[in-house]
Design a protein around this ligand. Structure first.
Ligand code: HEC
Length: 112
């Protein structure tokens, strides 16, 4: 009895303290799960898939200046195709618009 009481108190404390950074934590989790395979953990795109796609370095400020937040959100939501209509970046699925927004913020935070 005493032990389970203690465990529930600890997990509650964790939930409360984690709330302010929930947004960022969620974006970081999504990034690892849905984006890092191509863009890399750090956004440089130094991955097998990234090199194959001649992916750009998202930490590069001049690249970041080439798209608006709206464009980035659209690319994340609907994916990207090359000139031959081949999908080069998959559309993300199963996430809310808020998740997409927080991913855009995450991408901006990669800028060096
Ligand atoms: C299958 C590989 C792949 C995956 C997975 C992927 N991307 Fe991309 N992404 C690309 C390619 C290729 C481009 C276009 C070339 C470039 O700009 O590097 C791109 C471009 C972008 C851009 C620039 C947008 C623009 O409009 O020019 C952003 C922002 C981006 N990706 C974010 C993400 C996020 C966030 C995720 C995860 C939800 C993700 N990507 C997943 C391959 C991928």
């Amino acid at each position: 009895m005493k032990i389970s009481y203690r465990i529930s108190v600890i997990s509650l404390g964790f939930a409360v303290s984690a709330t302010p950074s929930l947004y960022a934590a969620n974006a970081a989790t999504l990034w690892k799960k849905d984006c890092a395979s191509c863009h890399g953990d750090d956004g440089r795109g130094d991955t097998k898939a990234g090199r194959k796609l001649y992916i750009n370095d998202l930490t590069d400020a001049s690249l970041q200046a080439k798209f608006t937040d709206e464009e980035a959100a659209k690319s994340i939501k609907f994916g990207l195709k090359d000139a031959k209509d081949k999908v080069i970046m998959n559309a993300i699925s199963g996430v809310s618009d808020d998740d997409v927004k927080s991913l855009v913020a995450y991408v901006r935070s990669l800028k060096k």
